[in-house]
Design a protein around this ligand. Structure first.
Ligand SMILES: [Zn+2]
Length: 106
């Protein structure tokens, strides 16, 4: 599948669960509510893209609908600085945890 198809799938899935068909408005309705790590990279994003490592859950605060799992690159497509920041923080927390795991056996 081509990259643009993933993007089209993402837009479709997000708009289906939003109050509007306007992408620019719809993206503002969503919050990140959870993040998990799949160390096996066995998960597939709502857009169809495979091999996800970080599995985010996003929820629309107007409709109450959730999308899971969604990858960090799809969240970037929302073009919201606050969501990008949240993604960075979550991924850093997992990286830090792994660094600590490697750092000692206490
Ligand atoms: Zn995706």
């Amino acid at each position: 599948m081509m990259a643009s198809s993933y993007y089209q799938n993402l837009i479709k899935r997000v708009l289906e669960a939003s109050t509007t068909d306007n992408w620019e408005i719809a993206v503002r309705e969503w919050d990140i509510v959870d993040c998990e790590e799949d160390e096996e990279h066995a998960s597939e994003c709502v857009c169809g893209k495979e091999n996800l490592r970080y599995l985010f859950t996003i929820r629309n605060r107007e409709t109450g609908r959730s999308l899971y799992p969604i990858g960090s690159s799809c969240i970037e497509k929302f073009e919201r600085d606050d969501l990008d920041y949240e993604v960075d923080v979550q991924m850093d927390m997992y990286r830090l945890a792994h660094a600590m795991e490697r750092g000692g056996n206490e």
